[in-house]
Design a protein around this ligand. Structure first.
Ligand SMILES: NC(=O)c1ccc[n+]([C@@H]2O[C@H](COP(=O)([O-])OP(=O)(O)OC[C@H]3O[C@@H](n4cnc5c(N)ncnc54)[C@H](O)[C@@H]3O)[C@@H](O)[C@H]2O)c1
Length: 269
């Protein structure tokens, strides 16, 4: 039911804090994992770590906002392993420049370049890999796509403008592509998303912690709104990833699964 042995997985944003844990988990379960990210040095280290643990990995430098770069990465994967079974669209993130900060920068002053950067990275950076690797799945009439959304998709976070909008559109796109694949290509191609709650990582550290490591007011608010009373850890995402990627989830497509310690369920009262 949860067998991933010998599956070929492409994981974008693979050297990220959350996504590297996902790549390692897939490899530990016997999948061959193509690690794709802009930062080639860190990827090589991750590939070595996976191989040292007995897994199979391939590091590929690539840009999820460039079709040309993705096609080159896809060729490398096909030349090496001959197929793609699973795509995890992990590349994404926020930018301080696209975030309204009280006393520093209002919504009206957010630079166009910064807004373009976060919307392109998160939205286009999900759609383009689905085009390139989804086409390979379409040719084989089989495959699984897992997008990475966010709690910000369901309810926009204060200050976080472009990122919230981009993640909301990933939910919409996940539903759209799930229907398109099932009805027009093959019911054996499934598309789902995972929406992490609050995980303390590099993309949000500047909002959630002070320089001395203590929580900011915003960080404290998040903990108070998370019924389980803590930030998530990368490992918290892994069972959902494995479930959605497995044959056991064969009748599940078009959903966004929150992994959030109860944040979404809590009214605050
Ligand atoms: N950290 C959180 O609390 C949180 C919460 C909800 C959702 N998410 C989402 O989870 C995903 C992973 O988050 P993370 O904290 O591990 O991120 P991270 O910043 O640690 O890693 C992001 C990765 O994406 C790569 N990347 C950036 N731009 C790229 C591009 N154009 N092409 C290819 N690779 C590129 C980076 O090199 C890095 O490896 C993101 O989509 C993020 O938005 C994170």
């Amino acid at each position: 039911m949860f067998d991933l042995n010998e599956k070929v997985a492409v994981v974008t944003g693979a050297n990220g804090v959350l996504i590297s844990a996902m790549a390692e988990e897939l490899a530990a379960r016997g999948a061959k994992v193509a690690l794709l990210s802009r930062n080639a040095d860190k990827l090589t280290q991750l590939a070595s770590d996976i191989e040292a643990a007995g897994g199979i990995a391939l590091a590929i430098a690539g840009d999820v906002t460039s079709t040309e770069s993705l096609e080159s990465a896809a060729k490398t994967v096909l030349d090496t392993w001959g197929r793609v079974d699973l795509l995890v669209n992990g590349a994404g993130g926020n930018s301080p420049d696209a975030t309204a900060m009280p006393g520093k920068k209002t919504f009206f002053e957010l630079p166009t370049d910064a807004l373009r950067f976060v919307t392109e990275l998160n939205l286009l950076g999900t759609i383009l890999p689905c085009q390139v690797f989804g086409k390979i799945m379409a040719d084989r009439q089989s495959g699984i796509i897992i997008n990475i959304s966010s709690m910000a998709a369901f309810k926009p976070m204060t200050r976080v403008v472009g990122y919230s909008a981009a993640k909301a559109s990933i939910n919409n796109f996940t539903e759209w592509l799930a229907v398109y694949m099932a009805k027009e290509i093959s019911p054996n191609i499934r598309v789902n998303a995972i929406a992490p709650g609050f995980f303390l990582t590099e993309q949000n550290r500047f909002l959630l912690t002070n320089e001395d490591g203590s929580l900011t007011d915003r960080g404290q608010t998040i903990i108070s709104q998370t019924p389980q009373g803590r930030f998530g850890k990368p490992d918290d995402l892994l069972s959902t990833l494995v479930w959605l990627a497995s044959p056991g989830a064969g009748f599940i497509t078009g959903i966004v699964v929150p992994v959030d310690g109860g944040f979404q369920a809590f009214s605050g009262v």
